[in-house]
Write a protein that binds this ligand. Structure first.
Ligand SMILES: Cc1cc2nc3c(=O)[nH]c(=O)nc-3n(C[C@H](O)[C@H](O)[C@H](O)COP(=O)(O)OP(=O)(O)OC[C@H]3O[C@@H](n4cnc5c(N)ncnc54)[C@H](O)[C@@H]3O)c2cc1C
Length: 375
């Protein structure tokens, strides 16, 4: 089968890797011809700027929690297959709450997750100091530890997956944009590139992340992602990175006013929910810069003596389905879509399930996440 994957973020790259290696175990000689088209380079989209925390930390929807814990297992397998790469960091996550309502909420979360069989513990000061010696948590805080969580350096991970796909026989076309899906008699037959070439395929898989709606619209399909240009949209957000501060953090740290984790350059990645809420397409550059300064000040309050600067503050857009759940499945004959927020957590697992599906074995786990559920 000729398969065309559009987009080499974490989802497209994991998928191309999986398909090219024929992990699904098809008979010899049944290898698919896999082509990936990427407008820039693998990992250059949202995956490369993501906070990239892999987790199943929300117990609210037990079925989705299970889906995500399966995804964490797949990540462990993928990382093992790369021999424990430096871009996969299963280093745990610490979160704390200070005010009484938030403490009650955190305790209830730990309790619910524990009942679901997930590794979640309330920890005391000694354990916290052993895990993150540089971090000072306010006195009286309730602290939770999730040892099986971690993060990936999303750009490096997508790059490594795309490289392995290529080594396994996939054709990876970079620097080219798919400008439209080609449709013939109601069937998608491939895509037209921005140099005028048509790439023909028996199956086209749209893994274009936040740009998926524009591409799918060329075949008359509406993909329900939050529109970042609408005032108050939850899709735009902001991530800052600092200069290197080796050894300051081991894992992810989530306080009420700041999320942080080690960055690819040895610095810190900083994000805050309340700052994200004020970001939209119209926010001027000076306010973005001020947000970076504020994030740095918050980091300094958690890590006494922290000496670092902001290297980069980026406005990003989450590929956020309007109901928050993934959008994965066939849409027209010859067309399959794979778009998700939490794409970092889910990417390799979605690749595994999609590999099954395109080879004739429907994946029941994807049942709740079909694009058609909104119709
Ligand atoms: C600030 C932030 C924090 C986040 N935090 C987390 C988190 O903690 N945990 C988590 O799991 N998820 C998180 N996410 C979400 C996660 O990063 C995304 O869901 C994931 O990276 C999406 O991967 P993707 O492969 O679908 O998209 P992308 O990485 O954007 O890849 C799509 C690729 O398609 C290419 N492309 C687009 N259109 C075309 C076209 N027409 N032709 C050719 N190529 C095209 C792009 O160049 C891009 O490289 C976060 C996102 C953001 C922005």
């Amino acid at each position: 089968m000729r398969i065309l994957v559009i987009g080499a973020g974490i989802i497209g790259a994991a998928l191309a890797d999986r398909l090219a290696r024929r992990v699904d175990g098809g008979p010899p000689g049944s290898r698919d011809a896999v082509t990936v088209v990427e407008e820039r380079r693998p990992g250059a989209g949202t995956s490369g700027t993501s906070y990239a925390w892999f987790n199943a930390n929300d117990p609210e929807d037990p079925a989705y929690h299970r889906f995500r814990t399966d995804a964490l297992r797949t990540w462990r397998d993928v990382a093992a297959g790369f021999g424990g790469p430096s871009w996969y960091r299963a280093v745990g996550n610490i979160a704390w709450a200070v005010d009484e309502d938030a403490k009650a909420e955190l305790a209830a979360r730990v309790d619910a997750l524990t009942r679901l069989g997930y590794a979640a513990h309330v920890i005391g000061g000694d354990r916290l100091r052993a895990l993150e010696p540089a971090v000072r948590v306010p006195r009286g805080a309730l602290v939770a530890h999730y040892p099986d969580e971690g993060f990936v350096h999303g750009g490096l991970a997508a790059e490594a997956l795309a490289r392995r796909a290529q080594e396994s026989g996939a054709r990876v076309v970079t620097g080219r944009r798919a400008v439209r899906l080609n449709v013939d008699g109601g069937r998608v037959t491939g895509a037209r590139l921005d140099d005028g070439r048509d790439l023909d395929a028996d199956l086209t898989i749209c893994a274009a992340g936040r740009d998926a709606p524009a591409l799918l619209a060329t075949a008359g399909i509406v993909l329900p992602l939050a529109d970042p240009s609408v005032p108050g949209s939850p899709a735009p957000c902001l991530v800052a990175t600092t200069t290197p501060v080796p050894g300051v953090l081991t894992g992810l740290v989530h306080g009420p006013e700041l999320s942080m984790r080690p960055a690819e350059n040895g610095g810190l990645v900083l994000e805050a929910v309340d700052i994200d809420a004020g970001i939209d397409d119209a926010v001027p550059a000076d306010r973005i810069e001020a947000a970076g300064t504020e994030l740095l000040a918050r980091a300094g309050a958690l890590v006494p003596g922290l000496s670092t600067d902001i290297t980069d503050v980026r406005r990003c857009v989450r590929p956020l389905p309007t109901d928050g759940y993934p959008l994965v499945g066939p849409q027209l004959p010859g067309l399959y879509t794979a778009v998700a927020h939490s794409g970092i957590t889910l990417g390799p697992y979605l690749a595994e399930l999609i590999d099954q599906e395109v080879h004739g074995r429907p994946a029941a786990a994807l049942g709740p996440y079909r694009p058609g559920r909104h119709v």
